[in-house]
Design a protein around this ligand. Structure first.
Ligand SMILES: [Zn+2]
Length: 269
């Protein structure tokens, strides 16, 4: 299995990053794509890949939250990272009007410059979209003919949004959001219509702990212990696949195999 989105550089993995990787591999997640969300995080991701060459690849890009850090130097810096052997996609980049940590204007130009970079370098692009569907789709349509491949990572939308991305030949990245019985309902319905050949899977760890994952022994833990337990890890990818296969009404083994093959092809592993 391949986890196409892990934020392994996160400080929440500072004390046990090595063990997190070992546990993932033991669970069958032999390859992880470390998400680059800024120039400095992308540099850290490259470093991490060098330490774990058998299991890690990374992306290099600027997340919409970090769009305000984007300047004339950024494209040069990203280009320098993107030629590295283990860096397999431009991103994560996109639009996030949910919290607007950077202004929409900053986000739009930062996103478009990275789309242009992906076109220029002929590399696949790893996309983020939250509460910005219309502008996101407009920019994808504008650049799609030049893009070799694109994945809407951590897709959390509904069926209509998903189908508009499929029309643009995007891959859809599914996280443990689909396991959430409260927020995940639209997505649970949408994935019934997601063709297997367009699917990739990811944990987005340490975020998005799968909501339906319960440990019987949790009853005996304090609130604080339970909270720290909810740090997501790539080792939970098989669990997400299992829940997802149920919602897709597909065979679990098929979902596992197809999503792995799609990721291998997409990232050219
Ligand atoms: Zn994201």
């Amino acid at each position: 299995m391949i986890d196409i989105g892990v934020n392994l550089t996160s400080s929440r993995f500072a004390s046990d990053r090595q063990e997190v990787i070992v546990r993932a591999v033991a669970a069958g997640v032999h390859t992880m794509i470390v998400t680059g969300t800024s120039v400095s995080v992308s540099e850290e991701a490259v470093q991490l890949c060098a330490e774990h060459p058998q299991h890690l690849y990374s992306t290099a890009g600027i997340h919409p939250h970090d769009a305000s850090s984007f300047n004339d130097n950024s494209i040069t810096q990203l280009s320098g990272l993107l030629i590295r052997e283990k860096v397999v996609a431009v991103g994560e980049c996109g639009l996030d009007f949910n919290r607007n940590f950077s202004t929409p204007q900053e986000q739009l130009s930062c996103f478009e410059r990275q789309l242009e970079l992906a076109v220029e370098l002929k590399m696949p692009v790893f996309l983020h979209q939250r509460d910005a569907h219309k502008d996101f789709l407009r920019l994808i349509k504008k650049h799609r003919s030049g893009l070799v491949d694109a994945v809407s990572h951590c897709f959390t939308g509904n069926r209509a949004e998903m189908e508009s991305y499929l029309e643009q030949d995007l891959y859809i990245g599914i996280t443990g959001w689909v396991c959430d019985m409260r927020r995940g309902q639209d997505l649970q319905e949408a994935v019934k219509y997601l063709p297997l050949q367009r699917l990739m899977v990811e944990t987005d760890a340490p975020y998005l702990f799968p909501g339906d994952l319960v440990f019987p022994e949790d009853n005996q833990l304090s609130r604080k212990q339970r909270k720290s337990r909810k740090r997501n890890e790539p080792k939970y990818l098989p669990h997400i696949i299992k829940s997802l296969a149920g919602f897709m009404e597909q065979d679990e083994e098929q979902v596992r195999e197809k999503s792995t093959q799609n990721a291998q092809r997409f990232f050219r592993l």
